[in-house]
Ligand binder design. Structure first.
Ligand code: SF4
Ligand code: MSK
Length: 625
């Protein structure tokens, strides 16, 4: 086995494909990371600023060089501004994704989106009622149009509050109000962050960071929550079902089409097109046994959650999948799609297609999807992928797919519990389940691929902590075999007993990055049932391999919602001890939770278990030392 590949990833498919691509002299994300060494120390510490044209400026961390930028900003201000802008970037990405779904909902209501429909009418009516709309006897499409308009309103500011924050416990909402961090509008908070961090506006590092929490809350209880709820209305609320994961999901004898990105608006149309009997017959005519659709990253998670569509890999597998030589077409929407991907196309026969008006990539052919052309364009693309099967050369699919179960929406979890969170609460009170941990986020080539997710998850379930996961963490844990009912063998005795009796795995796949809001809703349901705040619960979050701005926003809304959150990679804040102290200690006084940073997943597990046992003790429950 290639030693370098073993250092880069714990996954067998990843190691084998890295070895193959190294022999073929095809560059990957790890090679580019190596070529970037040493990376800029100022930037790593958050101490460089290029916000205005008097700069760029940097602060000397050793105190010998400049301690102020040209405008006079010191290390605290520069670090806080940089972090604030990262949160704004992440919140904008999630929230714009949500807006795209609302636009599809509006187009469905107007009869301008052939191929799309209202799949979960019950959820449509429930959400419409939450928004104060009259639902009785109202035509479904009329109600869909009214709801779309009400959701679009959340992005502006006229109302001055976000309706779905009403799902948070009363105590939490009062705390947000008291701290001045209740989100007032989705676009408003992101826009205000960009304003505050312009030169000469907010130069209080604390007030910038507090606004960062408000900005993140506008994502978690706003933009992302809209994305998840509207996706459920349009495409169905997930229910548990079987699927398979890793590179082995590609089929030697079939036309393989990969979808990559985040927004199910495009990938859902491809699900339908791949099942079109005419196109399946065409594939057979061309010598293939059928058409195989598989996902990557979070658009993959969206399809896995709702249809059991297989997932070929997570973030760091996106280049390696093409290296199999078995992918006829990769169709991308947006977010987490490395611009390097298009350059791989000439090395293999894969056709690379971009689809979003806001996301172009070098080396990809742009075929733009809109609600009115999506169904037809999806069929065209599948036809072209089928035609490309004849161009396939040698293939390399070196592993068998791993079985997994996904689809644990909050509704599905409550159903599994008999319609109420009480059995879960009883198991926590009895100490059979010590608490619950949300493990979320990306891969980052600075951390051995999947090592952080899998090691942390394994340690926690062994010790009777229930794990729920999303995003690339969820794919890592599925590949590790933690998501079948038999995986209770990895769990401690209490967790094994509870999951065994419910017939569920000890690690529950709750969806994509935007679906982190399902974790918020579940936490709020538990807190409301116990009449406490979220910060009182024996819960924690972790992002062991995060890389993206979206992950920074997610971490910030977890903490602002009262969930202690442990990050693997250190964000660029080390240049300001004031910022570090506020984020890792001071926030406890503000929102009852804080961040920790611990790249070693075993040590992170210790931190999380210590935190949860402390919360148990405070609730008067049995606690381990
Ligand atoms: Fe330099 Fe200040 Fe401009 Fe930043 S905002 S680049 S610190 S002058
Ligand atoms: S895809 S944001 S690498 S989880 Fe959502 Fe994965 Fe992180 Fe992208």
């Amino acid at each position: 086995m290639d030693k370098q590949a073993e250092q880069r990833t714990i996954t067998r498919d990843g190691q084998l494909l890295l070895g193959k691509m190294a022999k073929e002299q095809v560059e990957t994300v790890w090679d580019r990371l190596a070529a970037q060494q040493p990376q800029c120390g100022y930037c790593e510490m958050g101490l460089s600023c290029r916000i205005c044209a008097m700069g760029p400026c940097r602060i000397d961390p050793f105190g010998e060089g400049p301690q102020k930028g040209v405008c006079g900003a010191d290390a605290d201000i520069i670090v806080a501004r940089n972090l604030g802008r990262m949160i704004a970037g992440g919140a904008a990405a999630h929230s714009d994704h949500g807006r795209d779904l609302v636009e599809v909902l509006a187009a469905v209501a107007a009869g301008e989106a052939p191929g799309y429909q209202i799949t979960d009418e019950e959820k449509l009516r429930r959400l419409a009622a939450e928004y104060g709309l009259e639902t009785d006897g109202k035509d479904t499409l009329v109600l869909a149009g009214e709801l779309a308009a009400a959701l679009q309103e959340e992005y502006g500011t006229r109302k001055g509050y976000l309706t779905m924050t009403g799902r948070a416990p009363e105590k939490r909402r009062q705390l947000w109000q008291a701290q001045g961090i209740s989100p007032r509008g989705i676009d408003r908070e992101t826009s205000e962050m960009m304003h505050r961090t312009h030169m000469g506006v907010d130069n209080g590092w604390q007030s910038i960071l507090l606004h960062g929490l408000r900005n993140a809350l506008s994502d978690g209880w706003g933009g992302s929550m809209i994305a998840t709820e509207v996706s459920d209305i349009l495409f169905g609320t997930p229910r548990p079902g079987p699927n398979t994961v890793n590179i082995g999901v590609l089929k030697e004898d079939q036309v393989n089409i990969i979808v990559h990105g985040h927004n199910p608006v495009v990938s859902e149309m491809l699900v339908q097109a791949c099942e079109d009997p005419e196109l399946v017959a065409l594939a057979r005519e061309k010598g293939a046994a059928g058409i195989n659709l598989a996902g990557l990253c979070c658009t993959g998670n969206e399809l896995l959650m709702r249809h059991g569509i297989p997932v070929a890999g997570n973030h760091l597998m996106t280049e390696l999948v093409i290296g199999t030589g078995a992918v006829e077409m990769m169709i991308v929407d947006y977010q987490c799609i490395m611009p390097a991907l298009g350059a791989l196309a000439p090395c293999y026969h894969t056709r690379m297609i971009s689809t979003s008006d806001k996301a172009r990539f070098p080396g990809m052919v742009h075929r733009e999807f809109h609600p009115d052309n999506a169904a037809e364009l999806a069929r065209e693309l599948v036809r072209e992928a089928v035609e490309n099967f004849a161009n396939r050369g040698e293939t390399y699919i070196p592993v068998q797919a791993v079985p997994s179960v996904g689809g644990f929406s909050v509704e599905a979890i409550l159903d599994a519990l008999g319609g109420t969170p009480k059995p879960l609460i009883d198991a926590i009170v009895a100490g059979k389940i010590r608490g619950a941990v949300g493990i979320v986020g990306c891969n980052n080539p600075k951390i051995k691929h999947d090592y952080g997710h899998v090691t942390l998850t394994k340690k926690l379930i062994e010790q009777d902590y229930l794990v729920v996961d999303t995003g690339c963490a969820a794919v890592a844990n599925a590949k590790a075999g933690f998501k079948v009912a038999e995986a209770i063998r990895y769990a401690g005795p209490g967790l094994r007993e509870v999951c065994g009796s419910l017939g569920i795995p000890p690690v529950l796949h709750m969806g994509s990055c935007v679906d982190n809001v399902r974790i918020l809703v579940l936490a709020a349901a538990l807190a409301n049932a116990l009449q406490v705040d979220i910060s009182d619960l024996p819960l924690a979050g972790a992002a062991p391999e995060w890389y993206s701005e979206k992950a920074v926003s997610i971490g910030a809304y977890f903490v602002a919602s009262g969930v202690y959150t442990v990050l693997g990679p250190l964000p660029p804040i080390a240049g300001s001890m004031n910022v570090v102290k506020l984020l890792t200690e001071g926030l406890n006084e503000v929102v009852g939770a804080c961040f920790a940073v611990e790249p070693d997943p075993l040590k992170a597990a210790e931190l999380i278990m210590g935190h949860i046992e402390g919360k148990r003790r405070a609730l008067g429950l049995t606690a381990r030392d």
